[in-house]
Design a protein around this ligand. Sequence first.
Ligand code: CAA
Length: 697
Amino acid sequence: MSDAIRYEILGDIAVLTAQNPPVNALGIDMRKGLLAGIERAEADGAKAVLIYGEGRTYFAGADIREFGKPMVDPGLPDLCGRIEASKLIVVSAMHGTALGGGLEVALSSHYRIAVPSAKMGLPEVNLGILPGAGGTQRLPRVAGTEAALEMITTGRPIGAAEALDKGIIDRVTEGEPRAIGLAYAQELLDAAAPRRPVCDMPAPKAVDFDARHDALLKKGRGQLSPATALRAVQAACEAVSFDAGILRERELFMELMGSDQRLGMIHAFFSERAVSKLPELKGVSPRLLAEIAVIGGGTMGAGIATAALLSGLKVTLLEMTEEAAAAARGRIEGNLQGAVKRGKISADRYETLTTQALVLATDYNALAQVDLVIEAVFEDMAVKKTVFTQLDAVCKPGGILASNTSYLDINEIAACTKRPEDVIGLHFFSPAHVMKLLEVVVADKTAIDVVATGFALGKMLGKITVRAGVCDGFIGNRILSTYRTCADHMILDGASPYQIDAAMTAFGFAMGPFEVADLAGLDIGWAVRKRLAPTRDPRERVPSFPDKLCEEGHFGQKTGKGYYVYEAGKRGGTPNPEVQGLIDANRTELGITPRDFSDEEITRRYMCAMVNEAALVVGEGIARRPLDVDMTLLFGYGFPRYRGGPLKWADIQGLDGILSDIQAYAKEDDFFWQPAPLLQQLVAEGRTFEDLNRENS
Ligand code: CAA
């Protein structure tokens, strides 16, 4: 027997205990152990088998680290078939998270019991695959087609009560999985309950699969796994036999397993976890965080305060006047009411948060004792310096002073204090209580325990926290600014903002760059361009149409007009007819004869610009690892998760092809298209960004 499964026999019941921490993933040792356990139980003359997991969970799924490697027998589908076919009564007792292959093992058991806190689901679509061990065939047989489709195509887990309601499990009982499982197995034996293989149940009812398939593809912006998983459920309903359905499931599973989307999504799964595990933070204790302050109660400040309150922190919000403080309170209360409506917090908790945990202030002295202050005031260096000088004077020793700046130099801000080691950037994304990304910007003198505290805060707030170095725009906005420039250049040369937006949403982005600009406010980019103008290199191609749009007072959604026109009460906008005139005038002024761009060329140039800047960001140490860039773009900029991030995408495309395209574009504009040294080096050495991830994690 393998060590991963402990075997014992108690009376008529053989007990198979999974012991593969942390999540009892069904790697080869577990599969071998389960198979051997079933066979031994049969040979030992047991009448029933109990399967459960030790530690925090029943099996949380197949071992994802084995994906892409040659499959070693027994495979999970065969193992599930073998468990189901056993002549003994097989019972699974679930706790923790019975996910993916875990739930599939449970569905192959003849009876299922769970503790009330157990969660179960088939999240494979989120890894770019589908349940490949009979889940698409067995779940619809026990839960019905509709419920199975919902669980399989969204990947969302459900709780034990709902699973009971849907017929996925037979019983919910408080207690330890071992104890409740043993009692249930004994009860079944005493009652002479029959074996109950799901494969013998009638095929579930068919629905209009074609219509749903197309709707899923559209909803997933090109993500294949949910729509392909639906086809497997279709086979459960329509195949001539259970076995034929299993074969179809396997075929579709292998199709997805061989896809680039599977590579992208599994990269996202592991990177999401690796991103906050920085080697330099190993063993470093964060400073105490119980009470924080936020300066500025606009959309950003109120969002940060909301996120902090929801995580259990006490928050003092500082505004300059009583009216501004009242408005800030209104915004935070509005956000929290939203949380009540969505069932995230109770009305009582709302009361406590707004009356006890939140304090509004208009005097800096109110910040004297807080552990951390996050400044979210107007994006202007002089204003920031005034704020930090005052903070330096009033805050307690060891209190951390953070700026939420999106672009400005944290070193310069830190230099106006007597405690640069306590100064850090905490760059949130708006709305801060919704967006998952937090960039922790580490300045030259920031103390390591202050960095650790930034990461600890990110964890408390449930953010994906990425370490960034100081430069204009840090990781995300710096890369954004480059691919936006590339888009502007394509417009000068003949493309339209709408064609670019359409090409990039077809690539899988949630929104195109010009829709994003309208949403964020065109005045932001305008201010940045004005700030950078004095130091701009004369070789840079600078379009004037974006400035002209702003000069006419069009700042995007907030003014009702930008690249698109927005009508009150309507979602989304329609192209603004005035924009083409501004572009035409700009082309005439620069003597450009416009040419046609295919959608493929737009995508390729846009992505090459993104990858090249990302390679500079990694090469300069602004991002520690390529995966830090990937997670920034995924969680802050709507990059399609199924592509893994720009540098994973680049690896999949092939770095040599990307470099040679950049070199070809450089023949038109050798200032913008300067190949990143790191990209050249990787191509020369035949290495990938993934190699760098491995070496630096
Ligand atoms: N395989 C391999 N490693 C896994 C894993 C899996 N299925 N699930 C989790 N891990 C690893 C994580 O990478 C992490 O490792 P590190 O500590 O080295 O970073 C560790 O286990 C703990 O995981 P988390 O940090 O995520 O712990 P958590 O308590 O926050 O969450 C969890 C636990 C809910 C199980 C979460 O890890 C999770 O969602 N796991 C994936 C579950 C899943 O997708 N299962 C389906 C697998 S595919 C499948 O089963 C295909 C099939 O049909 C054959």
